[in-house]
Write a protein that binds this ligand. Sequence first.
Ligand SMILES: [Zn+2]
Length: 320
Amino acid sequence: MSTQAIAMPVVVSQEVNTHMWEEVSCNLCGSNQATVKYQGTTDPDTENLLKSYCASGNFVSKETLVECNHCALIYTSPRLNRELILKGYTETEDPTYVSQAKGRILSFGQCLKAVKKYVKQGVVLDVGAAAGFFLKVAKDNGWKTYGIEPSKFLSDFGNKNYDVGITCGTVETVPFFPEKMDVVTLWDVLEHTFDPKDVLKRCNRYLKDGGYIVVNYPNIGNWMARMAGRNYWFILSVHLYYFVPKTMKRMLEVSGFEVVSSRPHFQWLEFGYLVYRLEAYLPKLAKAMGKVVKALGLEKTLIPYFAAQTRVIARKVRSV
Ligand SMILES: [Zn+2]
């Protein structure tokens, strides 16, 4: 957990504690037969874990990951229950995420270019809009924007700084907008949700017929992820699901979509921030690199990086 990110203290009563963890069945096919892929290594520190539910959650997962015997979806089970996780997202303030505005805006410029191959301009809804960086980029390019974000801190930041129409809530609390969307985007969101199939179905309902959905996700089937195994950098407590192209395609299909594009997803971040993220895995290396980066004055330099993420674009082919 970052020393910079501020998380509201979560008081956990003894009574809640017994009901904190829940076993889950497969979200994609409903099966409850699964095989352990990575066994949890220790008893997770629940109170610390609760603090990790924020946009830049940097808490290496010690939970057990399982793989469905029927459809091969990989997910965390048991996991903290829904109310506790949502409470974390709602109350967390995340200046670490906001501090990376420049790099994130640059990354989202590239993302918007990819979207424009399918829709030149129109109405866009960003689900899990965080501080509104993608919506700012879209608005600057002539799009009409809407957003949904559970964190009050982040949604207020986006509305105040960019005036991009973010509603504080979730897809469950905000089922309708005044108009139908041409595009719905979920940047770094779907793997955090409790019920990704339900989220995608709700996104389907926000869209016009023939509209597009854009999802990026850490691809646990990528060669880098397979080589890293349990140490894959996106195996984080905040991630409840781990997709590969096949399970993502299936998840989209059952939610009324047809995949039209699936490509590597690049991002730009400040060198200093990447070193900070590395700390969770290789603290000694990160410390040494941090000194060099500081000595050379490269902390604020933006660098593109690929960390085994995939960006998929799919078209709404039926209503669900
Ligand atoms: Zn399954």
